[in-house]
Design a protein around this ligand. Structure first.
Ligand code: VTB
Length: 314
C-alpha cells in the first residue's frame, strides 16, 4: 500500500478545513467567494504536505484559474508522486443558497493513475457492487438498461429508482423512465454525490445516469472504484476548441467509452467533507468554540468510512 495512513488523515484535515472556510458563506449568495475561501485553504494545506502532487482535475486551466489549475504542482516535493483531483466546493449553488448537499472533495491516486479530464461534459452510468461489471452500458437504450437491471435484481420497474440531474438535455431519458414506470430521484446540482448514492442500499438509488461534468465523473469514479461499484463514462465535446484542448491533454480518442478502471487505476483515496448537510453526511456545525465536521473517506477496497472531527476556533 503506497498511499499511507498519514496521507489519509491529512486529506481528512484538509477537506474539513476547506469546508469550514466555506461556512461563513452558507446562504450568502456568494458562490465565487465561497469557492475562493475553500480553494485557498485547500491549496495552502496541500502545499504543506510531504507529497510530490500534480493536479489532474482542477479549478480550470492555467489561463483561466489562479488557483489549483490543471497541471499545478503541489506539496513540498518530499514524498510519493501522486495525482490529485480537487473540487473545493462541489455544489457552489448549494452553499450560496444554503441548500443540502454541498461538500469539499479531494481524490488522489498514484501518478498516472487518474484520468486527466478536460472541463467538458461526460455521459455517465453507475450502479452498485451488486451488479456484475459490464452489465449496463451507456450505449444501450434506457429501456434495455432498465430491463437488464430488473432481470438481475428481480425488482419490478416500480421498485427501481434512477438518479439524474434535472436538466432539459435529459428530458428524453426522463420521459422514457416515466413511461417505464421507474422512479426518479432528481438532483439540481452535485452529481458526484448523485453517483455515490448507488453505493449503498440505504440511499435507495439503483442507477445513476445522464450527462454531468467530466471532472465530477472522474472524482465520482475514484470513490465508486474503491467501493467495487460500476461506472462508465464518455466525454462529450461541443466545440472544436474543446476537442483540441482535450486532444492536447492526452485524450487521443475523443469518442472513447471509459470503463471505471480506465478512469482510475490502482490505489486511490476519495475524501469529502460536508459543507451543508446532505444524503451522504452532515454539514459543518459551529458549536461554541469549535466546528464539527463529517467526512466520508474511501481507500483501497475499504468500506465508505464516516469520520467526525472537532476543530477548535482559533
Ligand atoms: C454537474 C454538477 C455540478 O455542474 O456536473 C453540473 O455535479 C453539470 O453542468 O455540481 P451543468 O450545470 O451545465 O448541467 C454542476 O452543477 C456545477 O459545477
Amino acid at each position: 500500500m503506497k498511499l499511507s495512513e498519514e496521507l489519509l488523515n491529512n486529506l481528512i484535515d484538509i477537506t474539513s478545513n476547506s469546508a469550514i472556510a466555506c461556512y461563513p458563506y452558507i446562504g450568502k449568495n456568494e458562490k465565487i467567494l465561497a469557492d475562493k475561501a475553500a480553494t485557498d485553504v485547500m491549496r495552502d494545506q496541500l502545499n504543506n504536505l510531504n507529497i510530490n502532487g500534480k493536479v489532474v482535475i482542477g479549478e480550470g486551466e492555467l489561463d483561466e484559474a489562479p488557483m489549483l489549475y490543471i497541471g499545478e504542482i503541489l506539496g513540498n516535493g518530499n514524498g510519493p508522486q501522486i495525482d490529485i483531483a480537487v473540487d473545493p466546493v462541489e455544489g457552489t449553488n448549494f452553499v450560496a443558497k444554503n441548500l443540502p448537499g454541498a461538500m469539499s472533495v479531494l481524490a488522489v491516486a498514484e501518478r498516472g493513475n487518474l484520468l486527466n479530464a478536460p472541463e467538458t461534459y461526460m455521459d455517465k452510468i453507475a450502479t452498485g457492487s451488486h451488479i456484475p461489471k459490464g452489465t449496463l452500458d451507456i450505449d444501450y437504450t434506457v429501456e434495455q438498461n432498465i430491463n437488464i437491471y430488473s432481470e438481475i435484481t428481480k425488482k419490478k420497474n416500480s421498485e427501481i429508482t434512477v438518479c439524474i440531474l434535472e436538466r432539459p438535455r435529459h428530458y428524453e431519458i426522463i420521459n422514457e423512465l416515466k413511461k417505464l414506470n421507474v422512479n426518479i430521484k432528481f438532483i439540481t446540482d452535485g452529481d458526484v454525490s448523485g453517483a455515490l448514492l448507488v453505493s449503498d442500499k440505504k440511499f435507495n438509488v439503483d442507477i445513476f445516469m445522464g450527462i454531468g461534468g467530466g471532472p465530477e465523473g472522474v472524482i465520482a469514479a475514484s470513490a465508486l472504484d474503491t467501493l467495487n461499484c460500476n461506472m462508465q463514462g464518455r466525454f462529450l465535446f461541443e466545440t472544436a476548441e474543446d476537442k483540441n484542448r482535450a486532444f492536447h491533454m492526452g485524450i487521443k480518442d475523443l469518442n472513447k467509452k471509459y470503463e471505471i478502471n480506465e478512469i482510475v487505476k490502482g490505489e486511490s483515496i476519495f475524501c469529502a467533507t460536508g459543507i451543508t448537510s446532505g444524503d451522504l453526511m452532515k454539514g459543518v456545525v459551529k458549536e461554541n468554540d469549535k466546528f464539527i465536521t463529517e467526512t466520508i473517506i474511501t481507500h483501497n477496497k475499504s468500506e465508505l468510512k464516516l469520520v467526525k472531527k472537532e476543530v477548535s476556533l482559533t
